[in-house]
Write a protein that binds this ligand. Structure first.
Ligand code: ARG
Length: 491
């Protein structure tokens, strides 16, 4: 059963806001202690492997993701009605305990990187048939003309502005290069929301809500990316602190955690910024967005924004055969939107570029709800199944993980929400590999992320070797500062 498509809902960010009544879909609350900006934002290759599942990993790009990742998410914000900037509630300025963060220093674009990207764009746009990138083939100029123009622009300004065709192509190729993503067959279909003019935190938040809305489509999920202003030598772009736009809070209560333990730190940080959790607190409370503006807004530090609940589509989990399963009270959100990776294209870096695909059932059933450091539901499920949990050799964990994943897949199907399964997606991934080979390209793959967390050997992706992940070309990257912030460390 799908939740969250109700009507209008308004949530106050602070007790005061809540009391102020409805009509405030977006609430901003300035930082108490302004976290220093991102002077240290350094782009580094993502960390690898499943061992770091508890650390902000690098998500796969769009559609279906394979294994580990999790990113945080924050509820969708404001939204539809939010319309004009004038109507939008402004964050109330508050005294800041620390000096405003300095704007990140970004080096001028390396013309060689720009050239490499432009060459790729022009080469692929000229390829016939299936390899041409749908919808972006329109080039305003020849490669030579465009290169001269870009060189000149870099010399004058230290950066350059991508045409919208270049941006679309760059974002799609960044997805194509995402070594951890099993859903790359659809890389050409990525839908771009070009929001490069947006730097104000209220507007960033509202656009994040718009993203959730447009990508969810009542369950017919569309792979989408929203690109905000880039970092330039003279002005920082905005940042979204959440790992994912939609994620659940985690509350430490005594020795235990209510909700998602992965986000205990983030939840604490949101509370220091003024977020007031629902009362009573629950296991699936959608976190607020935490956003720092770009340009002159950067000095304000992070602001929080509630996502209107009706924008967040969720699915209540039930099992096709076990009636008791629904009583566990489990659910999950429909849309995974990774929001703290930067998008690098041809030397230009976009620090806020939230992107989504749709879920694969194992991500939720065999990781988010199963991992010991997440919702840790296997023992309870096994208990209800009547399994002997006193000994690993009964394989109760394995059996419970399969049933949990089956429940997820079944429930999403019943609710009409897009969801991949690991068998189908593995087969599609091999088709993608084949196509890439035919196009004469390498396909970088991180095996440990592509192989699903259950039944690995039952899927074809298990049984082969792949090209190594690369670190050049258009890429999604996790920088350490953003990674730490996604876990609640206000550095
Ligand atoms: N594994 C992450 C999660 O459970 C999502 C990563 C992206 N997944 C995707 N199917 N696009 O939320």
């Amino acid at each position: 059963m799908a939740r969250g498509m109700a009507t209008m809902a308004v949530v106050g960010t602070t007790a005061e806001d809540a009391a102020a009544g409805p009509a405030t879909p977006v609430n901003g609350t300035p930082a108490v202690a302004a976290p220093p900006a991102t002077g240290a934002d350094v782009t580094v290759p993502e960390s690898r492997g499943r061992a770091d599942a508890g650390v902000p990993t690098t998500p796969l790009v769009a559609p279906v993701a394979g294994a580990p990742v999790d990113a945080v998410a924050a509820p969708t914000l404001a939204a539809p009605t939010v319309a004009t900037a004038a109507e939008r509630p402004r964050p109330r300025p508050q005294p800041v305990a620390e000096p405003a963060p300095a704007a990140p220093v970004v080096a001028p674009v390396d013309p060689a990187e720009a050239e490499e990207f432009l060459r790729l764009f022009h080469t692929e746009a000229e390829e016939p048939g299936a390899t041409a990138v749908k919808g972006v083939a329109a080039r305003a100029a020849s490669f030579e003309e465009r290169l001269a123009e870009v060189r000149d622009e870099i010399a004058r300004t230290g950066t350059y502005v991508h045409t919208s065709a270049e941006l679309t192509f760059g974002a799609r190729v960044a997805w194509r290069q995402s070594a951890r993503c099993i859903g790359r067959l659809y890389w050409r279909s990525l839908h771009l929301r070009d929001r490069r003019h947006v730097v104000a935190p209220d507007e960033v938040a509202a656009e994040c809500v718009g993203h959730v809305d447009e990508a969810t489509r009542r369950g017919r999920i569309r792979s989408t990316i929203t690109v905000f202003a880039p970092d330039t030598p003279t002005s920082p772009g905005p940042r979204v602190w959440n790992e994912q736009l939609i994620r659940y809070a985690g509350y430490r209560t005594g020795g235990r955690v209510l909700g998602d333990p992965r986000y205990v730190g983030f939840t604490d940080h949101a509370r220091t910024l003024g977020w007031v959790p629902p009362s009573p607190m629950g296991r699936f409370d959608v976190l607020p967005l935490v956003v720092s503006g770009g340009g002159s807004f950067a000095a304000q530090g992070p602001q929080i924004y509630e996502i209107p609940p009706e924008k967040v589509l969720e699915v209540d989990l039930e099992h096709p055969d076990h009636r008791w399963f629904a009583d566990l009270g489990l659910r999950w959100h429909a849309l995974p939107v990774i929001s703290n990776m930067r998008l690098d294209i041809g030397g230009v870096s976009y620090p806020a570029a939230p992107f989504n695909g749709w879920y694969m059932a194992t991500e939720i059933g065999a990781r988010n709800l199963a991992d010991a450091e997440r919702y840790d539901m296997l023992a309870e499920v096994a208990g209800k199944m009547g399994l002997d949990t006193s000994n690993d050799r009964t394989m109760w964990r394995d059996r419970a993980a399969v049933e949990l994943t089956l429940a997820v897949q079944h429930s999403f199907d019943v609710a009409g929400v897009s969801m991949a399964d690991h068998h189908g997606e593995s087969a599609r991934f091999l088709r993608h590999l084949e196509r890439e080979e035919q196009s004469g390209r390498k396909c970088p793959v991180d095996w440990s992320w592509i192989v699903p967390p259950i039944s690995g050997g039952l899927t074809p992706v298990f049984h082969r070797y792949y090209d190594e992940p690369t670190d050049t070309g258009p890429m999604f990257r996790m920088d350490p500062v953003q990674a730490a912030r996604g876990q609640g460390c206000p550095m």
